[in-house]
Design a protein around this ligand. Sequence first.
Ligand SMILES: Cc1cc2nc3c(=O)[nH]c(=O)nc-3n(C[C@H](O)[C@H](O)[C@H](O)COP(=O)(O)O)c2cc1C
Length: 191
Amino acid sequence: MSKKILIIDGHPDPDRGRLVHALADAYAKGAGLGGHQVRRLELATMDIPFLRSRADWTDGTPGPAILSAQEAIRWAEHILFFYPLWLGDVPALLKAFLEQVARPGFALSPGTMPKPMLKGRSARLVVTMGMPAFFYRFYFAAHSVKSFERNILKFVGIKPVEHTLIGNVEGDAETREKWLDTLLNLGMAAA
Ligand SMILES: Cc1cc2nc3c(=O)[nH]c(=O)nc-3n(C[C@H](O)[C@H](O)[C@H](O)COP(=O)(O)O)c2cc1C
């Protein structure tokens, strides 16, 4: 069955040589071959200011890029987040995007006991990193990925959330080809 898929490429660098962009392209290609509907957001090319106050978060009007991203998220049934691990976490640009987008009235009901407003959507995180993925998983307990999944995505109602951790990315071309193939297959399956 055809799914509505939103690919959010969270790499801050617009250089098309970045691995994250290639992985997002491979997923999009697979999703197209699988007959799914695909929309894409490239954070590196968007105007994403830092959120600086609670007043802005609750009562401010986000800029056109954020409003259009919210519309795409509302449209989607399955959301992909692609990003490189930077200082053990999402790059600041992706965090800024999440703070802008996940406002009361869109992601959460307003008030002191917020309720999730984005139910009915699933997600996958695809994270690249310099260290081996098993090291991040076991020594660092995949802390930032777990926090993203539980404290942001599940908190606003998006579940289930899966993840693909890709380590040793400064490795050889063969590994890169293997991961591009894996992402193509995930895209075909809308997984
Ligand atoms: C600012 C910065 C911080 C980084 N921090 C980490 C880190 O904490 N752990 C890690 O394993 N790799 C780290 N790396 C390596 C990146 O994760 C790696 O270069 C990236 O995943 C490669 O994908 P790309 O070609 O799409 O940029 C860092 C790289 C940069 C530029």
